[in-house]
Every structure is written in C-alpha cells, then in structure tokens.
Write a protein that binds this ligand. Structure first.
Ligand code: HEM
Length: 165
C-alpha cells in the first residue's frame, strides 16, 4: 500500500512533469502534471506516407495549424475562447497531434482531449467554427478535398470530448 502510494506520488510529482517539460518550447506556461501518451491524441495514425505528403509534411502542418488558430482567434464567434490561452503551447501540441495522426513520425505529448477542454465549456457552434477554419487552412495549403475529409473523419469522434455544453 505504502509502495503504491510512493509510486503514485512519484508519477504525479516527477515522472510526467519531467516528460512534459522536456517537450515544452520557450515561452510556454506550465500545466498541471499529466501522463504523457500518444493515446492522448484521441486517434490512431493513418498508415503509409500519403496523408503526410498531401499535407506537405511538417512545414505544411505548421502553416495549417497557424492559419487555423489565427482565423479562430480573429473570428468574433470564437475569439473570446482564445484570449487567455497559451498559444505557444497550443500551436506546439496541435502540430504534434496532427503530425502524429498523419503518420509524420511525431509523438504526441499534450493532454487528452477531455482534459484539455473540460474547463472551456465549448458549444457545438464553436466546433463548427474551428472545423471551418481548418478547412480554409487545408484548402490554402492545397490539400485535396477528399484528403481533407479523411483527416476530418479522424477528428470527428473527438467532438464529444471537446464540446461539453
Ligand atoms: C477535434 C477537435 C479539436 C482538437 C483535435 C483539439 C486539439 C487540442 C489540443 C491538442 C489542445 C492542447 C492540449 C494541451 O495543452 O495539452 C487543445 C487545447 C485547447 N483547445 Fe482544442 N481541439 C479541438 C476542438 C477545439 C475547439 C472547437 C475549440 C474552440 C473553438 C478549442 C479550443 C481550445 C483551447 C482554448 C485550448 C487550450 C486549453 C487550455 O490551455 O487550457 N478546441 N485542443
């Protein structure tokens, strides 16, 4: 019992915290400790390299994430949601998540979708707005429509974990 407690304490105080810090980039704010796992990404990766190539690999994913977030933060429907957000961390973890799902060889080191969104109180319309901006960003990057939809189909099952109202 005491040993189990010790391990639980170690997991909360040292293990995951160190793993998180190891991936943070300068300018990120610390978050409460959590267990780092690819399973937190909320989807399994595609097979092969076709999806990764269609998104123009890491540089393309970076541009898509940036444009999706810039449009969302400027959109009067969702701007307020991002005001207090650590955008440095969000850009990094979203790039990791997209790269992981597109089979670009990344690990996802962010929180689970349920943990990351449980206190934001997102509504269905917020989800729709984000998807709209993601579609705009993918189109600007030249990602074919059918490929966009394959990617969106990976994100759709995460909706209940992000939309809580
Ligand atoms: C399938 C849809 C979505 C995916 C894949 C997704 C992905 C993510 C990821 C990877 C994180 C960072 C996790 C971390 O910090 O460890 C995050 C956090 C966040 N997401 Fe989402 N998200 C989705 C839907 C949305 C929507 C619809 C909105 C609002 C319009 C939104 C707003 C936010 C905000 C504000 C945070 C920061 C939370 C915080 O720092 O406490 N997300 N999301």
């Amino acid at each position: 019992m005491r040993i189990a407690l010790l391990f639980a304490l170690m997991a909360v105080t040292t293990g995951p915290a160190l793993a998180q810090d190891a991936h943070a980039v300068p300018g990120e704010e610390p978050v409460d400790p959590y267990v780092v796992s690819d399973a937190n990404a909320g989807a399994t990766p595609f097979e092969g390299q076709a999806m990764w190539a269609a998104f123009n690999e890491g540089e393309g994913v970076g541009r898509i994430v940036d444009q999706m977030l810039d449009l969302s933060a400027a959109d009067p429907r969702t701007a307020g949601i991002f005001v207090a957000t650590d955008m440095v961390r969000l850009r990094r973890t979203l790039r990791e998540q997209f790269c992981y799902i597109l089979n670009g060889g990344c690990r996802y080191t962010g929180r689970s979708m349920a943990d990351a969104h449980d206190e934001i109180g997102l509504q269905p319309a917020d989800f729709g707005a984000l998807v709209e901006h993601l579609q705009t960003a993918m189109t600007a990057e030249g990602v074919p429509f059918r490929t966009q939809n394959r990617f969106l189909a990976k994100l759709a099952p995460m909706r209940p974990d992000t939309v809580t109202r």
